[in-house]
Write a protein that binds this ligand. Structure first.
Ligand code: MG
Ligand code: ZN
Length: 469
């Protein structure tokens, strides 16, 4: 189904009508006047929870260390809520990035796998990016995953199944993942996520996803060609991105890989967590892993470079700029947690922290900028005692004591040994968890980020900050 907010005719409607169209949870009352944000920069660390932040802080900066956004005045814990698609109401306690992203982007509680659509009833729900566009703001989406992946997609597209990334996925993917035949344009739907992005008129798009955008859409045209003909300038390397200079309202499309971009860091020789082995003498833990720059990263721009260029492009008119909404995702904190790769995760968390610094610097001169840093859901990795606490208490106990899943030992510069345990799935990829997620905010409207909130409140907070006071 097509979003009614994307249509050109909406631009002539009064803003309050447009904002009223959104199907939100009850809007949070803003406590004070002057909460209008000209710019909103939303950062999403995929799979980030208190545990992942603790691991990154301790490894990077020691036990007293902090990340850039730890200094924000406004912080909250947000309940993550998901429902079953069978009845649209039964709680599901562990989400995915599609349901949680849709909560942030559209203020809804929906089912796993859905991109900006309601559980069971499959209704399209307007996104904060569409609302910002309708209010005359520029928009941007940056991700270290494919720009068609769930987290970026929830801001620009509406579909029943997140796997319908390219036109060829509509009947199901080659990996056996479900498709969404009812969402084809022939059936009156909006088409694949890639085709919807091509029509979404987003000003800045940076990330991976060439494999989906190079497919031929239902109208017979290659999606990427449609975009470049329609006014996007395409860049494919860090050098080309650096050379791009904003020119009027020319749109920028940066594609730096076929799908998810390689991480900035990796373990030496590509090492991941490994199983603890048992010997006559007791458990043998794997050797510590050394984190180092990932040799596969190549000539791509870093998340910091993409964030800098996105902000510079969206704000290039200075005082004459109409303001913007930008979403920046560090996607592989999640993807490398699934893969049991602690160095990959920590490097991408550092990239998130450093990218937020870019936004903080921008907000020093552009004070009417709301910055929100959050996550979509929790993840498996845990910082566990090494060796087991109970070994120390009962040295003569004959029962071997060690974690059942895979483990990585890391030796931070600050000294000591950190043991990261991956223990949510015996033989396959690690799982998400259902824990509450952290929220950090600064700028106009940020005061509503406090105490215990719902993840879907983030939509209301951003929508209220966009509205004229
Ligand atoms: Mg994601
Ligand atoms: Zn995941």
């Amino acid at each position: 189904m097509k979003s009614h907010l994307k249509m050109g005719g909406c631009w002539s409607l009064p803003l309050f009508l447009l904002l009223g169209l959104a199907n939100a949870t009850p809007a949070l009352a803003l406590e004070e006047q002057g909460n209008r944000a000209k710019n909103i920069i939303l950062f999403i660390g995929d799979g980030v929870d208190a545990h992942q932040l603790t691991i990154a802080r301790a490894y990077l900066y020691g036990q007293d260390g902090s990340l850039s956004f730890d200094q924000f005045d406004h912080q909250a814990s947000a309940r993550v809520r998901t429902v079953s698609d069978d009845d649209g109401t039964t709680p599901v306690y562990v989400p995915d990035s599609a349901s949680t992203g849709s909560a942030i982007a559209s203020g809804i509680v929906t089912s796993r796998g859905r991109i900006g659509t309601t559980a069971k009833t499959d209704r399209d729900v307007p996104t904060i990016l569409e609302i910002a566009q309708a209010a005359g703001r520029r928009t941007g989406v940056v991700s270290t995953a494919s720009i068609t992946d769930a987290t970026p997609a929830v801001f620009m597209a509406h579909t029943s199944v997140r796997f319908c990334q390219g036109p060829r996925d509509m009947d199901g993917t080659s990996a056996g993942l479900p498709g969404c035949p009812k969402d084809t344009r022939a059936e009156g739907g909006s088409g694949s996520i890639a085709e919807q992005i091509a029509r979404a008129q987003v000003d800045v798009l940076l990330g991976g996803g060439t494999r989906y955008l190079s497919q031929r859409g239902e109208d017979g045209e290659i999606v990427l060609e449609q975009m470049t003909k329609g006014g996007y300038q395409l860049v494919k390397s860090a050098k080309e991105l650096a050379a791009f200079t904003p020119n009027g309202r020319q749109r920028l499309l940066g594609l730096f890989g076929n799908s998810t971009l390689p991480t900035e860091w990796a373990g030496e020789r590509g090492r991941f967590a490994e199983e603890v082995k048992l010997s006559e003498e007791g458990p043998i833990y794997p050797e510590p892993i050394t984190c180092q720059p990932n040799p596969l990263f190549g000539k791509r721009p870093t998340l910091v470079e993409m964030t800098k260029k996105a902000i510079a492009t969206l704000a290039h008119d200075g005082d004459r700029s109409e303001g913007f909404f930008l979403m920046v995702e560090s996607a592989s904190i999640d993807k490398q947690a699934h893969a049991m790769n602690p160095c990959g995760q920590i490097g991408e968390t550092l990239a998130l922290s450093d990218s937020v610094k870019v936004a903080m610097k921008f907000a020093q001169s552009e004070k009417d900028t709301l910055i929100i840093v959050t996550s979509d859901h929790g993840h498996a990795p845990q910082l566990i005692p090494y060796p087991s606490l109970f070994v120390a208490f009962a040295p003569d106990n004959p029962i071997p004591m060690y974690p059942p899943g895979r483990v990585a030992l890391l030796e931070p510069a600050a000294g000591g040994v950190m043991a990261i345990s991956y223990g949510t799935n015996a033989k396959y990829l690690e799982e998400h968890t259902g824990t509450a997620i952290p929220v950090f905010a600064q700028g106009p409207g940020a005061a509503a980020v406090k105490g215990l909130i719902n993840q879907s409140d983030l939509f209301s907070i951003m929508k209220a900050a966009l509205a004229d006071q």
